[in-house]
Design a protein around this ligand. Structure first.
Ligand SMILES: NC(=O)c1ccc[n+]([C@@H]2O[C@H](COP(=O)([O-])OP(=O)(O)OC[C@H]3O[C@@H](n4cnc5c(N)ncnc54)[C@H](O)[C@@H]3O)[C@@H](O)[C@H]2O)c1
Length: 342
């Protein structure tokens, strides 16, 4: 990515912030278009705007203004992360969720088409786009049918289908779709996510509440997921990967129960950390999904560097050290450089 100008939509969010750091580390020029960052998130804490060539605050739902900002940047590469990314919020705000996730993605593709500098585009969807048939327990491959239940997952399945149709009607363009599951890492402040909720409770002296303590899943660090995105863009640019969808799932070999995650998080935080389990019915959210990532492994050479336990440790350590007064930028760059040298 050295020398490439990369536009990240959604750069002020959790994944976008870590991606700024990773692309900057790789020698890219990085610009962003997004809304203002969530208070207390990694973007502000690590002053990541300082690493950007352009930091535009623009709603992707407004095609005219969004395209103006996009063309001022004139990027070589586009990574589209901007979204309303939460399942529970999508029940409360379905219109905003569909407008942002579906029409916002269409606006990005239209802006790409209208901007001749763009060489390659990556659209981020999710593992939740796959249709889950009752009783089926297999790992999803990229050619499996899409279809979802809750508004967030449905909006992402729609964005995914829309992108596939765009690829089919623009066979000369380099456009890929990345499907990954939930990721963890330092500086995430999203609501109703286990590690951010626990860290917030620990840092304010409250008892953390752990819902669905017996759910079992593997845990993927944000850097492992983003390293996959970067490999995919590089392979698209060099012609070593074709347009289309790619899975980046966590390694299913090392799943951990949610209460075990809470135990590890509390032990990293130290003696003051307390948590309790709470069993209560949650609104429909797809159960843990397994992705078959063989295509990404064989085409891109992608592999995960951190197992579930290390991913949890790195995430909680970042927050603990930051809350003890260490500089967020230095912590982020330290973890990034340990990751890159693995
Ligand atoms: N974090 C995860 O575990 C996870 C898992 C699967 C997929 N994803 C996908 O990855 C992407 C990034 O997720 P995240 O966790 O960093 O989310 P986040 O909420 O931390 O960040 C979302 C970003 O999108 C921007 N945004 C939202 N609405 C916008 C709008 N209307 N116009 C312009 N910008 C807007 C926000 O300003 C922010 O920069 C999303 O597409 C999400 O669906 C995330």
């Amino acid at each position: 990515m050295k020398g490439k100008h990369v536009l990240i939509t959604g750069h002020t969010g959790f994944k976008g912030s870590w991606l700024i750091a990773m692309l900057h580390h790789n020698g890219a020029k990085v610009s962003g278009i997004a809304l203002d960052p969530a208070p207390g998130g990694i973007f502000d804490k690590a002053a990541l705007h300082e690493l950007l060539a352009n930091d535009f605050r623009q709603d992707i739902r407004d095609l005219t203004e969004f395209t103006k900002a996009f063309q001022k940047i004139s990027p070589d590469v586009v990574i589209h992360l901007a979204a309303q990314p939460l399942v529970l919020a999508s029940y409360e705000k379905p219109k905003e969720t569909y407008e942002t996730n579906v029409m916002g993605t269409l606006n990005v593709l239209q802006a790409v088409e209208a901007t001749s500098s763009v060489e390659a585009t990556l659209i981020i969807t999710t593992d939740k786009v796959y249709r889950q048939d009752p009783g089926a327990d297999k790992a999803f491959v990229e050619s499996d049918p899409l279809g979802a239940a809750d508004p967030y997952s449905t909006s992402k399945a729609m964005a995914d289908l829309l992108t596939q149709s765009w690829i089919a009607s623009h066979p000369e363009s380099k456009i890929a779709i990345a499907r990954a599951g939930n990721v963890i890492g330092g500086g995430d402040v999203a609501e109703n996510r286990l590690i951010p909720d626990l860290v917030e409770a620990f840092s304010t002296g409250r008892t953390g509440i752990v819902r669905n303590p017996e759910s079992v899943r593997p845990w993927q660090h944000v850097l492992d997921c983003l390293a996959g995105y970067v490999l995919l863009i590089q392979a698209l640019l060099s012609g070593n990967a074709k347009s289309g969808a790619y899975n980046f799932g966590p390694a299913p070999e090392f799943p951990l129960q949610v209460d075990e995650v809470a135990r590890i998080a509390a032990s990293v935080w130290g003696e003051s950390a307390e948590w309790v389990s709470e069993e209560r019915a949650q609104p429909d959210e797809s159960k843990f999904l397994i992705l078959d990532s063989d295509k990404s492994k064989s085409v891109l050479g992608w592999r995960e560097k951190l197992d579930s336990t290390d991913s949890i440790r790195w995430s909680v350590e970042w927050s603990k050290r930051e809350s003890n007064g260490e500089a967020a930028r230095a912590l982020t760059l330290e973890q990034l450089s340990s990751f890159m040298t693995r």
